[in-house]
Structure formats: structure tokens, C-alpha cells
Design a protein around this ligand. Structure first.
Ligand SMILES: C[S@@+](CC[C@H](N)C(=O)[O-])C[C@H]1O[C@@H](n2cnc3c(N)ncnc32)[C@H](O)[C@@H]1O
Length: 198
């Protein structure tokens, strides 16, 4: 987090606390944990709710090319700031719940989704639209990374079941303020019929 990020973030939180859901951008420990599995081959990367770009910078440091980043942000000031900071990335000022109709990855699917979205403050219907749009954009074997300040995965179990997904906690960033946990959400392997011998 740079000092230049603190003021725009705090201003956005005052204007819309439920949408921003944090008073300051994520710190280095959480950005490190969110992007730990990322390699230059993880792209194209779809980032949801990048804010001022705390995870975006960590993705670039992991070797993802800026032109392989799609940044989906609902806050207009954040979207403008991101376009300025990451001119080679594709920045979309839009609601992440509209991913499916937007068809951003119809030509080449994403390899990874990194989400800073405040899922805990969203109604289940919206969480469902975001997850289903994100997994429609992801190639087979691709993963969706989500952080939370809560004690459990912020995607309700019934939504995971409905979409055929599983969530695994990858770690906790205790040094973040407030402390956070990261979950990797991926498709469940298809059920295989057991061969029965007569
Ligand atoms: C907790 S902040 C995280 C920002 C940044 N990823 C970080 O960790 O510092 C949540 C971000 O999600 C954005 N956001 C909230 N709802 C959204 C939605 N429906 N679609 C896209 N972005 C959204 C907010 O504007 C904000 O930038």
C-alpha cells in the first residue's frame, strides 16, 4: 500500500461504505498471500474489485503481463485511477455481477480470478451471479482467489454446491489490518461412475 492510495480509498469508503467495505487498501502480506500461486502462465487474469490496485501491483510483480490483466471495478474514481496507473490493462467500469452478459472472455478464457469484492455485504443472488459469471470466464483448471475478514469462506455453501465448486483456505494474513484469510475456489472434479463387475 502506498500513501498515495490511502486518501482516495478512505474517500471512497466514506461515500459508499458497503461497496468499498474497508477503510484502507489491503497490505503487502495479504497481496502476497492472494497472489502466492500466480506465475507468468496464470494469465489472462481477471481482477474483480481492484480498488487502488494493491493486488494488481502484486500480480505484475509475479510476472503477469499488464496487457494480460482485466480489471473490473464498480467505483468510478477507482476505475479512472486504475486506467491511469495501468494503461496497458483492460479496465472496465462495471458491476462484477454483469460478467456473463459482458462476454469479456468469449475469445480467450481467463486462467485466474483474483477477487477483492466485499462478498459478505452482498445478497446471495448477487454472489451467485458473480461466481457463475467468473467461472464461465475461467478455463478448465483455473482458480478464483477471494479474501475475507470473516471466519469462514464468504461464498455460502449452497452456492458452492449449486455451481459445483469447492473452497479451500490457502492461508491467513495476520499482519493485514484487519487480519484476513484467503480462499481458493475451484471446480469440483466430475463424478466418475464406479465400474461394477457382474
Ligand atoms: C474491500 S475493497 C478491496 C480493494 C482492493 N482489492 C484491495 O484489496 O485493496 C472492495 C472493492 O470492490 C469494489 N466493488 C464493490 N462492489 C463491486 C461490484 N459489484 N463490481 C465491481 N467492483 C466492486 C469496490 O469499489 C472496491 O474497490
Amino acid at each position: 500500500m502506498t500513501t498515495a492510495d490511502i486518501l482516495p480509498f478512505f474517500r471512497a469508503w466514506i461515500a459508499n461504505p458497503l461497496q468499498v467495505a474497508a477503510v484502507a487498501p489491503s497490505g503487502a502480506a495479504l497481496a502476497e498471500l492472494m497472489t502466492r500461486d500466480i506465475t507468468p502462465d496464470s494469465g489472462p487474469v481477471l481482477e474483480l474489485g481492484p480498488g487502488t490496485g494493491a493486488f494488481t501491483r502484486a500480480l505484475l510483480a509475479r510476472g503477469v503481463r499488464e496487457c494480460d490483466l482485466t480489471l473490473v471495478e464498480y467505483g468510478s474514481d477507482f476505475a479512472r485511477l486504475l486506467s491511469h496507473r495501468f494503461p496497458a490493462a483492460r479496465v472496465r467500469w462495471m458491476d462484477a455481477a454483469q460478467l456473463a452478459p459482458a462476454g469479456l472472455f468469449d475469445d480467450a478464457p481467463a486462467g485466474t480470478v483474483i477477487s477483492g469484492l466485499p462478498l459478505l455485504s452482498m445478497p446471495p443472488r448477487k454472489v451467485m451471479a458473480i461466481l457463475s459469471g467468473a467461472f464461465a470466464s475461467l478455463r478448465q483448471g483455473g482458480s478464483f482467489y477471494q479474501f475475507t475478514y470473516g471466519p469462514n469462506c464468504p461464498v455460502p455453501r449452497r452456492i458452492l454446491d449449486r455451481l459445483g465448486l469447492k473452497a479451500t483456505r490457502t492461508g491467513r494474513a495476520l499482519l493485514n489490518v484487519p487480519p484476513a484469510a484467503v480462499y481458493r475456489i475451484s471446480r469440483r472434479p466430475p463424478l466418475r461412475l464406479l465400474a461394477t463387475s457382474a
